[in-house]
Design a protein around this ligand. Structure first.
Ligand code: AHR
Length: 781
């Protein structure tokens, strides 16, 4: 008989805020997504810095019977520099196409339209229509452009130079999924800015607020925290906060939306900053999540540039001011600014992240300035250091060393890996020192949104929950607009009218809803089988070399088989920019040495060397000068999905190198000019018979069991509850007959959580965990 016994009184870890969310405006998550604004380029600020194809007219069309231009003289606000000037004939039109594929408008729903106009014309009419692709009028209204109809200018003291705001409500009489906003003017000359259209039906009914369906999907997960605003969005940009492509500087995101600058979003689009820091804090509050902002640490790892140390105080002060903005009394400078924006109560911020996966000494030289100042002024704030974009390696070690040296409360780890990597690394955190800085797994996902990915992530989460050193964890990225994909996989997908909850979302939600306050011990019987997934013979197979956008030469190539002691001399290779993959040998040996000389003549990066190649989709890749010529990495590729298993910082130059690769079974070593660079073992995946974790919820007096069955067999288990009497069981299950199944917009509930209730007899409960299933059981009195 298979049993799980939950020792309900034997707590071993406080679970605190373990499961939360990570929000980054990637994939048009904010603009064109959660931020419910339906007009694209509403303030004519789009430009080439945002995206090479953008200009100030992007998103807009006009009728032939008019002229238009973009102007900057006497704008409504210095931060909102550009506006549209039109010379209209009667019935001239300007048209906004919204975000791809157009504006979604729903019959009987109401919409808030607003516009800023400056004109000397009198008694002129403006018609506002929302028109579908087949020219059906879906909504219409009109207004006379006269100061009497404008919003009282005294309520908009920040707007100058004669601009007046007009607003009105539209009611949709038809539904359209691809409509446009059409503004029809009488003859005359008009300056136009901030053209806006929001559904009135937003999350919590806030005017100019958030898309209800997306925000509610987040709220129903009951996340404990939300990390924001990124991601690379935080640190990728210039050091000057007034630059268009600046790093994310929170102070510039406050105030009335008309006064916020428009910025380049580093994911190659524009950010209106309609969701700025204040809105992020409000969102956290509204979904019940603790805010976890991440600030840039004055160093851009993408460009290797940092603020001079003598100027770091400005950045450090920005961090201190953020804490005051979030938590300060209304009589403090930043507390008052928060209060003036509408929130006199503090946001009770507890966490702050400095840096997002920065690599390089430049960051770690700057980190202590932030750390020490925050610690001194706000000793209760938990400070989070950062450990690069991989689960191993030089950046990772640098982050941990810095955190230990300065006493960071946590280290933010990020990794995106194959399901096989997760299966091979379930015990990643078991040996971490629970008395040192804790782990914040701030970004992770297995590559994919299939049921299998979700199952594997669930299994991994059972280990995160049990590892004493792990404090916080959040899946990434969170949101993706299907029409603007920068990154896959993502937790929640959406188009302009509906959302798609992935299996990964359901897993996250099941774990959040059933987290508990304290982990408790369990023991098992007849459930400890470990099932290997491969019959591995080591890293024999093809070895090939390709250029990585370079020209160069490879010569003096030798291959030594350590089994036979045979040394072969292999042909020279010319590397050209076609990135052709040159097979140099296919070997049965799993114990060998490859050596060659390499020189780059042109290009910025280096080589990709493949070994243990089984086919085009499965190999180990040694990247020499990868990712913008920063890395010397080993990546294990399984079914086209890569997992970084060794990382060193390295910049290839146009000089001669002697490179060497040593393989023994699955142990790989690389040498550059005789110096050991990578030294790692590519571990093979295996399955535990069941992945289990148990906790109690001290607030609700319940006991929680989470069980993931990754095997293809149902497992009948007797669950014994040692201690408190439990009489009821509330079960949630996620199951699918197919591991490759996904949820789609056509079949969004293909994989969804099912719930049931049952009774417990004498603290014993018999349950069958279906093959390939994620299960949570809440036991209550
Ligand atoms: O989540 C997508 C990106 O992955 C994040 O912006 C970055 O932090 C990571 O590299």
């Amino acid at each position: 008989m298979k049993t799980i016994t939950i020792h309900q009184n034997d707590t071993y870890k406080e679970l605190g805020d373990l499961y939360g969310l990570f929000f980054e405006d990637i994939n048009h998550a904010a603009d064109g997504g959660l931020y419910a604004e339906l007009i694209q380029n509403r303030s004519f600020e789009y430009c080439e810095t945002d995206h090479p194809d953008y200009n100030h007219f992007t998103g807009w069309d006009k009728s032939a019977n008019m002229t238009w231009s973009i102007e900057t003289q006497n704008p409504m606000h210095p931060e909102n520099k550009h506006y549209l000037k039109i010379h209209a004939s009667n019935d001239s039109q300007i048209i906004n196409n919204g975000y791809t594929p157009g504006i979604y408008i729903e019959k009987d729903k109401t919409y808030d339209f607003s516009i800023y106009i400056r004109t000397n014309e009198a008694n002129k009419n403006l018609k506002i229509n929302i028109i579908s692709k087949d020219n059906t009028i879906c909504a219409e209204n009109s207004i006379e452009i006269t100061p009497q109809n404008a919003v009282n200018p005294n309520t908009l003291p920040f707007i100058s130079n004669g601009w007046l705001k007009y607003d009105l409500e539209l009611t949709a009489i038809h539904t359209s999924y691809e409509s446009k906003l059409v503004l029809t003017f009488d003859e005359g000359e008009y300056d136009i800015d901030m053209v806006s259209l929001f559904p009135t039906d937003t999350f919590m009914g806030k005017k100019g607020g958030l898309r209800r369906d997306i925000a509610e999907a987040l709220k129903e997960m009951k996340p404990k925290f939300m990390r924001f605003p990124g991601g690379c969005l935080t640190h990728d940009g210039s050091l000057n906060d007034t630059d268009r492509d600046s790093m994310y500087r929170w102070k510039r995101t406050l105030g009335p939306i008309e006064t916020r600058p428009a910025w380049r979003n580093n994911w190659r689009y524009n950010q209106t900053l309609g969701i700025g820091y204040y809105e992020y804090f409000c969102l956290c509050e509204d979904i019940g999540a603790k805010p976890l902002p991440v600030l840039p640490g004055g160093f851009n790892p993408h460009k290797g540039i940092g603020v001079p140390i003598e100027d770091i105080d400005i950045w450090v002060q920005e961090a201190l001011d953020l804490i005051e903005f979030a938590n300060g009394d209304v009589d403090t400078k930043w507390g008052k600014i928060r209060s003036d924006m509408g929130h006199s109560e503090p946001f009770n911020m507890e966490y702050i992240g400095i840096g997002n996966e920065e690599i390089g000494d430049g960051f770690f030289e700057r980190y202590p300035y932030f750390h020490n100042a925050i610690r001194e002024k706000y000793p209760d704030i938990k400070i989070i250091n950062t450990a690069g974009p991989f689960a191993v390696g030089e950046g990772y070690d640098a982050g941990w060393n810095s955190a230990k040296k300065y006493g960071s409360d946590m280290v933010d780890e990020h990794y995106y890996s194959s399901p096989e990597w997760f299966l091979a690394n379930m015990h990643h955190y078991d040996d971490f020192d629970e008395n040192g800085p804790k782990v914040f797994l701030g970004e992770y996902a297995s590559w994919g949104n299939t049921f299998y990915n979700a199952l594997v992530e669930a299994a991994y989460m059972t280990h995160l929950e049990k590892a004493k050193a792990v404090s916080l964890a959040c899946y990434a990225p969170m949101l993706c607009n299907v029409n603007y994909v920068n990154w896959k996989p993502d937790m929640l997908w959406f188009n302009n009218h509906t959302i798609l909850k992935t299996p990964n979302y359901h897993v996250q939600k099941m774990f959040m809803l059933n987290q508990g306050t304290d982990a408790v011990k369990y023991s098992t019987s007849n459930l400890d089988e470990i099932i290997p997934l491969t019959d591995d013979k080591g890293l024999c197979g093809g070895i090939s070399i390709a250029g990585n956008d370079i020209c160069g030469k490879i010569w003096d190539v030798s291959f030594t088989d350590n089994h036979t002691h045979e040394k072969k001399t292999l042909a020279d290779i010319v590397i050209s920019t076609d990135n052709k993959d040159n097979l140099i040998i296919d070997t049965d040996s799993n114990d060998y040495k490859l050596e060659f000389s390499f020189k780059r003549y042109e290009g910025r990066k280096g080589l990709k060397i493949y070994l243990g190649k089984k086919n085009e989709h499965n190999a180990i890749q040694w990247e020499f000068g990868g990712w913008d010529n920063w890395d010397c990495n080993l990546t294990s590729i399984v079914n086209d999905r890569g997992s970084t298993i060794s990382h060193r910082i390295f910049h290839v130059e146009d000089i001669e190198y002697r490179l060497c690769l040593e393989v023994k079974n699955r142990h790989i070593r690389t040498y550059v000019n005789g110096v050991l660079y990578n030294d790692t073992v590519d571990t093979m995946p295996e399955l535990e018979e069941l992945y289990i974790t148990s906790s109690i919820d001290k607030n609700t007096h319940e006991t929680i069991l989470k069980v993931v069955n990754l095997t293809g067999e149902a497992k009948n288990v007797t669950i014994n509850l040692e201690g408190e009497i439990r009489e009821k069981a509330h079960i949630m299950t996620l199951v699918s007959p197919s591991l490759s199944a996904e949820n789609t917009f056509d079949n969004p509930n293909n994989i969804s959580i099912s719930e049931s209730k049952d009774t417990v007899n004498n603290n014993t409960f018999n349950y069958t965990f279906e093959a390939h299933s994620v299960n949570t059981i809440r036991f209550a009195r």
